[in-house]
Ligand binder design. Structure first.
Ligand code: 5AD
Ligand code: SF4
Length: 456
């Protein structure tokens, strides 16, 4: 505890800023819990903190570059603090830290700590080492010990709200030719079943009702450890037996790992929500092959047919990359055709960004203006589908999990089974409950509804 006190005895505070995927959001929460266990308070802005951690994303160039502009601002803040004779520490965590390591210190000397996604459980020791030596500390090795066991020993799962993320799998062995994840997060690793169940129970005790299981390849989950092999379908079955857990989601899935058992679980397990994030990236087999995806467009389309047979109301979500090296207009039109066929409820689409060290970065690039034009056409189609999907909800009565207060007095915000935000007039006592709400209108990013009654 003493390490977190300044000379005046006031508690030190930390601010963790996260970029990128949900897994980074989960990691940031675990860092905050670790710091809380060390006696830190949480600041609401970098200006009010003694320690700022940037939990970074390396997936596209823009995301990675953001870090350096943010570090420039933090450097000025640090200089101001030093003039006042006060301490200010800057840490870079996440995938940029993992990928660039020492390079970060070379580019920005004000940085005190650099650590990757597999070493953040050592944060308390790293802070002590930095304080002791007064020099920048870099920790980007993949450690031998289990990060999650270490986290469980060092800190508690604290109040999360009604819906929480739970990382069950990390890393990727698939090596899509555009992607840095296999290099930054390492090879595929699944947490043991018992460890996941224990964390889920702790979250349920804190009032969590909805769990979103996270993994770069979450449906490649294998269990492991002392309790041996498992799979995502079996894990979901076990999690649904936990008292208090009423909804389960999982993301991100790979089409090659969508097993029959998992598809069947969507038909039989009411707690498994009818929303599936299943990226294909592109609709042309030629591009899919160059991306090293290991499946065809036909495979994906058949898979979705089977998933929709199991769960007819399944809302599909995906990721798309436009302007992958070698993508022709005809290839791109095949992506549009696939999108029309699948009909997405939500999607993320990106211009291809060449990432150092990945095979696709070596090939001839599609001009920027072509990428921009394709992205615009794809997004127009996806937006149309998303709006049509939201509009199709009007008049329906949906079970809504009430998650938080809305902006207006008396208004609450909840989630539909299809992951849509729903605004509704409700008493605050509805927080954490699943209530029946009739959808009466759509807004650009959410729905509005009227309370019908309690859920059966
Ligand atoms: N360029 C553009 N988008 C990318 N993604 C991953 N790598 C790249 C890249 N180099 C996208 C993919 C992936 C999502 C998380 O980010 O669509 O599914
Ligand atoms: Fe990246 Fe492909 Fe692995 Fe997804 S499956 S994390 S896109 S390499």
């Amino acid at each position: 505890m003493d390490d977190a006190k300044t000379i005046k005895g006031t508690v030190k505070t930390a601010f963790v800023k996260s970029y990128g995927c949900q897994m980074n959001v989960y990691d940031a929460i675990r860092m905050e819990e670790l710091l809380a266990a060390e006696g830190y308070g949480l600041a609401d802005a970098p200006e009010h903190a003694d320690l700022v951690i940037l939990n970074t994303c390396h997936i596209r160039e823009k995301a990675a570059e953001k870090v350096y502009s943010e570090l420039g601002k933090l450097k000025r803040l640090k200089a101001e603090r030093q003039l006042e004779g006060r301490d200010f520490k800057i840490a870079v965590a996440g995938c940029v830290a993992q990928a660039e390591g020492e390079e970060i210190i070379r580019r920005q000397k004000a940085v005190d700590l650099v650590f990757g996604p597999q070493t953040y459980h050592r944060l308390p020791e790293l802070l002590k080492e930095q304080a002791r030596t007064g020099r920048a500390v870099i920790e980007t090795e993949f450690p031998a010990e289990d990060k999650f066991d270490a986290l469980a020993e060092k800190s508690l799962r604290t109040k999360q709200g009604v819906a929480a993320f739970l990382t069950i799998q990390e890393g990727c062995d698939k090596f899509c030719s555009f992607c840095v994840v296999p290099y930054t997060r390492g090879s595929e690793f699944s947490r043991p079943v018992a460890q996941v169940l224990s964390e889920a129970r702790k979250l349920a005790e804190q009032g969590v009702v909805e769990l979103t299981l996270l993994g770069q390849n979450v449906n490649a989950y294998r269990g492991g450890g002392a309790d041996g092999e498992s799979n995502l379908a079996a894990l979901v079955a076990e999690l649904s037996r936990i008292d208090g857990i009423k909804r389960i989601r999982y993301m991100t899935s790979h089409p090659r790992d969508m097993t029959d058992a998992l598809i069947e679980a969507h038909a039989t397990n009411d707690k498994l929500m009818p929303y599936l994030h299943l990226p294909i990236q592109a609709g042309s087999d030629r591009v899919l092959k160059a991306m090293n995806r290991g499946h065809t467009a036909e495979h994906y389309i058949r898979l979705i047919e089977r998933i929709r047979q199991a769960r007819p109301d399944m809302a599909m979500s995906g990721d798309f990359i436009v302007g992958f090296p070698g993508e022709s207009e005809k290839d791109f039109e095949e992506t549009l055709a696939l999108v029309r066929l699948v009909n997405y409820a939500a999607a993320f689409s990106f211009k291809y960004s060449a990432r150092p060290g990945t095979p696709a970065a070596e090939h001839a690039q599609v001009p920027e203006e072509v990428k921009a034009e394709r992205l615009q056409r794809l997004q127009a189609l996806l937006t149309e589908q998303l709006q049509a999907f939201n509009h199709s909800m009007v008049g329906k009565t949906l079970p809504i999990l009430v998650e938080k207060n809305g902006r207006h007095e008396g208004q609450m915000i909840g989630r539909s089974p299809y992951l849509q935000s729903v605004h509704c007039e409700l008493p605050e006592s509805a927080l954490g409950q699943i209530v029946r709400v009739q959808i009466v209108g759509t807004m650009p990013n959410s729905l509005s509804g009227q309370y019908v009654g309690e859920s059966a």
